[in-house]
Design a protein around this ligand. Structure first.
Ligand SMILES: NC(=O)c1ccc[n+]([C@@H]2O[C@H](COP(=O)([O-])OP(=O)(O)OC[C@H]3O[C@@H](n4cnc5c(N)ncnc54)[C@H](OP(=O)(O)O)[C@@H]3O)[C@@H](O)[C@H]2O)c1
Length: 241
């Protein structure tokens, strides 16, 4: 898909992977709508990317619908992408990135925390896709990206988080063929694609290889000190054993 001029909505764009994704998309010529809760960090990413900051709470009742409406209003203020023959601009790329993590024994997680993880990590992406994918299909181009996790396979101490990420993958798989419209004659671009999980393969490979490399260094008596604690979203500064 041509990124120059495309309008991308990145949830959780105020931090971490979302902010990096927003910067990468802006670098490729996309126009950014950046969503999150923290207005100051949103403004910082917006000024780095030339994007529009959209404050939202995806855990709140009606939060995804409010964000979809605000994003569509913001997109309508932008000029249509050059060369596609459209009179109105719409959201071309939805990056479902916002996420909340929690780690610990299952008996210790509060009921409200389970609800927050399920709502932000799973329900909000489904609602946003329901609201924004039809516009992409109608315009004959678009992408919906789901930021999943290797934890989707099930990680001890992260049962709820793992379940939400597995659910996200299960949602993305059938949506993909459903969205696979025939090639759009105006743009010539192929049908839509949904990519469950956006961690670069290089990063994923490094993460999967890390325990083996660490074990080899330990055997050689060269034990590195952790420079960056392993963390999950919502556990800023926290470290997981
Ligand atoms: N970090 C990892 O090791 C890792 C590994 C695999 C997958 N992932 C996935 O990658 C994604 C990003 O992770 P990250 O490490 O970049 O996390 P992060 O730095 O903690 O950022 C999380 C983002 O989600 C937003 N968010 C959280 N709750 C929200 C809510 N109720 N409403 C709106 N926005 C909300 C935050 O917004 P505010 O800060 O503005 O509140 C923030 O921008 C997540 O889906 C995560 O599950 C992360």
């Amino acid at each position: 898909m041509r990124l120059t001029g495309a309008i991308a909505l990145v949830t959780g764009g105020s931090s971490g992977i979302g902010a990096a994704t927003a910067r990468a998309l802006a670098g490729a010529g996309a126009r950014l709508l950046i969503a999150g809760r923290d207005p100051a960090r949103l403004r910082a990413v917006a000024s780095q990317t030339g994007g529009i900051a959209l404050t939202c709470d995806l855990a709140a009742s009606g939060g995804p619908a409010d964000l979809a409406a605000a994003a569509q209003r913001a997109a309508a203020t932008l000029p249509p992408a050059p060369g596609v023959g459209e009179t109105t601009a719409g959201i071309d790329i939805l990056v479902n990135n916002a996420g909340v993590g929690w780690a610990g024994p299952i008996g210790e997680i509060a009921a409200e925390k389970i609800a927050e993880l399920v709502t932000v990590n799973l329900t909000a992406p489904m609602q946003l896709t329901r609201l924004l994918a039809p516009g992409m299909i109608a315009r004959g181009r678009g992408r919906v990206v789901f930021v999943s996790s290797i934890a989707a396979t099930g990680v001890r101490g992260e049962a709820v988080y793992s379940a939400t990420k597995a659910g996200l993958g299960s949602f993305g798989a059938p949506v993909r063929p459903e969205k696979a419209a025939p090639p759009a004659p105006r743009t010539g671009c192929p049908g839509d694609r949904v990519l469950p999980g956006t961690r670069p393969r290089r990063v994923l490979r490094a993460a999967l290889d890390a325990p083996a490399r660490l074990a080899a260094r330990r055997r050689a008596g060269n034990v590195p000190r952790a420079r960056h604690p392993v963390r999950r979203p919502g556990l800023r500064g926290g470290s997981l054993a």
